[in-house]
Design a protein around this ligand. Structure first.
Ligand SMILES: [Fe+2]
Length: 283
């Protein structure tokens, strides 16, 4: 059995690690898969450089971390395969809506456990990075008074808070958007979540999808959220990843938030995205 000496190198103090001495196309032992799931639990986002994966191989690698989920977003699909989303930007398709701190699909009843993103074609100048932030580290740094204030509160999350910035995006998929909106009304989520695998407490509000805290006066809710929304932007909570073609990133969508860096327009960038649920429960 190959890949018995997987190496995990920490790349950020709060989160992030590179995984070496592994070829994701190899047949991996149960022990190797458990090592990878543990690495994701420990580091919240992990990077596999120098892989050479076709879309099906990306899906297979992603299944290590949980059962695949069909897409519920408006990214294009590969050959109508809803499990592979294409994230392609160029001069005609500027990046839209992802250059803002968020966890994916927190407006859904059951947001995904995580996501894999594979770099296929990149600008040649090192632009187009992605930044992740640890929301367990953000929680840990709160005062005990703030932790107890937030405990038990819920906040409403909604898909369409930022519609104004997505006009072009929605023009391409207006009908799908309306369908989607009717199936996904605003939903309350706990402000503090306990991670189902690690038991860590997680700050679970983000400036892209969180509208207000339930039961608080409007100004108080705005003030508290404004403070909490600043926390992923703190450098000590972050790891910034400069992509190389052939790198697969896998992140824990409960424990982290992320933002694209839209500095590569109008150059071409192509990534493929696969989403998984189950928080590490393999199919
Ligand atoms: Fe995202």
């Amino acid at each position: 059995m190959k890949n018995s000496k997987i190496e995990v190198h920490t790349s950020g103090a709060a989160l992030g690690a590179e995984v070496h001495n592994i070829n994701l196309k190899d047949h991996l032992s149960d022990e190797a898969k458990e090592t990878l799931r543990q690495a994701l639990d420990d580091h919240e986002v992990i990077f596999f450089p120098d892989q050479n994966l076709d879309p099906n191989q990306q899906k297979e690698a992603t299944r290590i971390f949980g059962p695949l989920l069909p897409s519920y977003t408006f990214f294009d699909h590969l050959d109508d395969d809803p499990e592979i989303e294409l994230v392609i930007n160029d001069k005609d398709k500027p990046p839209t809506g992802t250059a803002r701190w968020h966890a994916d699909l927190t407006w859904a009843k059951e947001p995904p456990g995580g996501t894999s993103l594979y770099a296929r074609k990149l600008p040649g100048d090192g632009t187009g990075n992605t930044i992740w932030a640890s929301m367990s580290a953000a929680y840990d740094a709160l005062s005990d008074r703030m932790k107890s204030y937030l405990e038990g509160l819920e906040a409403v999350h909604s898909w369409d808070l930022l519609l104004d910035g997505r006009t072009k995006f929605l023009a391409r998929s207006g009908e799908a958007f309306l369908n989607h909106k009717s199936k996904n009304p605003p939903i309350p989520q706990p402000v503090i979540r306990t991670h189902p695998r690690t038991g860590k407490k997680i700050l679970n509000v983000n400036p892209t999808f969180t509208n207000h805290i339930v039961g608080l006066p409007r100004l108080e809710s705005q003030g508290i959220l404004e403070f909490l929304f600043c926390l992923p932007a703190r450098p000590e909570n972050q790891v910034r990843h400069k992509w190389h073609e052939g790198t697969l990133a896998v992140w824990d969508n409960t424990a982290t938030q992320h933002t694209a860096v839209d500095d590569f327009y109008p150059q071409y960038r192509e990534l493929t995205r696969v989403t998984f649920g189950g928080h590490g429960v393999p199919v």
